[in-house]
Design a protein around this ligand. Structure first.
Ligand code: NDP
Length: 438
């Protein structure tokens, strides 16, 4: 790890910085990580930032600074360059926690001033990385004009979550599971991110984006790659990222349905607040196994989970039993609680040959010990220059390419009432597939 890292958070007074980044950096400082300073850059709103900084321990507080800065002003970059002159040899990390409309300005102007410095540097870009394939390509080529790929960290905080990383560990560290993780044993895979909240307060932003761009293109597809990728040849970052890209090349969406909750605050809008999409991965491992990706707002509960549903027991063999055994499942619950559940069928006492579902739960705390926030994990990776959990240029383009058919669909979203477990059309969708939601 480079000695002494300096963080510059552009947009350092915003929601993300105050709620996630600054608290995570404060914890890293308290853990003794070599952070020399954390600069929060923004035009105003210093008061909100001070309230957050004040809550830190004295060691963290001492390293956090505020710097007035306008991404679009030349003078701001001159002042920043002056500050950089006093940081010789330090590793510089520029975190763009900005409205996406400012990413290009920030990349270009930072790139220009950094030409005068030899410090090791990284640039971190939050989602959304582009608005579609064309804009993502444009942002990639702009980044490459000023930075090399090893310096670019495209972040998706879902990959910092312990349960998501545990998909990888469970699969590739246990022959018990890896042996059945394929089309011979798996019937379908369900990846859900359900929310009970709506878009209130962010409708301006959300209405221009929708559920496909906000959740499916990034978080859900990232989870899918971890669930379905081939084992990498080794645990090197490029080997892992190569496998994710390879998988995406074989993925295609075959059908989907979009919805909007009744009472959505933007009148006349066709923006979807719900999407359910079915994908196939056309390779030897997954041919004909459907992957159902579903995300929606204003539903009955908050739940993010991945369920791998195994095939049914043959009917003939079980014909004399009153009820068929349920399908085995491995469930990775990301939220509200972090845990892994395995559903199997076992005989209850005194029942001849009959099987009953039993669920074994592995609590996250048992596997990991201390809970670490995803941002803490990812910020530490950035300091170490480890890009395994970050999205490469070709991957981000492959992700956009795959969702293009969903983005091009202009049909109006189907209405659904607020507070339902699942919209009726989502239930219908799976019923028509002769499957059920778990
Ligand atoms: P906010 O609107 O809360 O914050 C934006 C920040 O940018 C503020 O600090 C604002 O300060 C600053 N800013 C705006 N214009 C300028 C400018 N011209 N020059 C300098 N600073 C400017 O946004 P969020 O924090 O919610 O989101 C930031 C990014 O992170 C977005 O890309 C978002 O998609 C992404 N993201 C956010 C998540 C979250 O939990 N909030 C989760 C995942 C991703 P000021 O106006 O004072 O200059």
């Amino acid at each position: 790890m480079a000695d002494d890292t300096v963080f510059f958070i552009l947009g350092g007074t915003g929601d993300l910085a105050r709620k996630k980044l600054l608290p995570a950096l404060a914890r890293l400082i308290e853990k003794g990580k070599k952070i020399k300073a954390v600069y929060s850059l923004a035009r105003s709103s210093r008061e909100d930032w001070e309230k957050v900084a004040c809550s830190f321990s004295s060691s963290a507080k001492a390293l956090c600074k505020f710097m007035p800065f306008d991404v679009r002003s030349k003078e701001s970059y001159q002042l920043l360059a002056k500050e950089l002159s006093s940081l010789k040899g330090k590793k510089l990390i520029f975190y763009l926690a900005l409205p996406p409309s400012l990413f290009e300005d920030a990349v270009r102007n930072l790139g220009i001033i950094l030409r005068n410095f030899t410090n090791p540097r990284s640039i971190v870009i939050e989602k959304p990385f582009g608005y579609d394939l064309t804009s993502a390509r444009k942002l990639n080529s702009l980044l490459k004009r000023y930075f090399v790929e090893e310096e670019i960290f495209r972040i998706d905080h879902f990959l910092g979550k312990d349960t998501v990383q545990n998909i990888f560990s469970l699969r590739f560290s246990n022959i018990l599971f890896e042996g059945v993780w394929n089309r011979n044993f798996v019937d379908n895979v369900q990846i859900l991110a359900l929310e009970d909240t709506g878009v209130e307060g962010r409708e301006g932003y959300y209405d221009s984006v929708g559920a496909v761009r906000d959740m499916l293109q990034n978080h859900l597809l990232q989870i899918l790659t971890f669930t379905a990728m081939e084992p990498p040849c080794c645990m090197e970052q490029e080997a892992i990222r190569d496998e994710k890209v390879k998988l995406l090349k074989n993925l295609s969406f075959v059908s989907f349905v979009k919805g909007q909750y009744i009472g959505y605050p933007v009148k006349g809008s066709r923006t979807e607040t719900f999407v359910l999409a079915k994908a196939y991965v056309d390779n030897l491992r997954w041919q004909d196994v459907p992957f159902y990706l579903m995300t929606g707002k204003k539903l009955a509960r908050r739940l993010t989970q991945i369920t791998v549903v195994f095939r049914k027991i043959p009917k003939g063999f079980m014909a004399l039993l009153d009820c068929m055994p349920r399908q085995n499942r491995v469930v990775f619950q990301v939220s509200p609680e972090s845990k892994i559940k395995i559903s199997i069928e076992l005989r209850p006492p005194n029942w001849n040959f009959m099987a009953c579902p039993i669920e074994t739960t592995i609590e996250h705390s048992t596997t990991q010990g201390v809970d670490t926030s995803p941002y803490e994990t990812l910020l530490e990776d950035i300091m170490e220059g480890d890009q395994s959990l970050f999205i490469r240029d070709d991957e981000v383009e492959a992700l956009w390419q795959k969702v293009e058919p969903l983005l091009q669909d202009t049909s109006p979203p189907l209405p659904y009432p607020q507070g339902v477990e699942l919209p009726h059309f989502a239930l219908e969708f799976l019923k028509n597939e002769q499957r059920e939601w778990y």
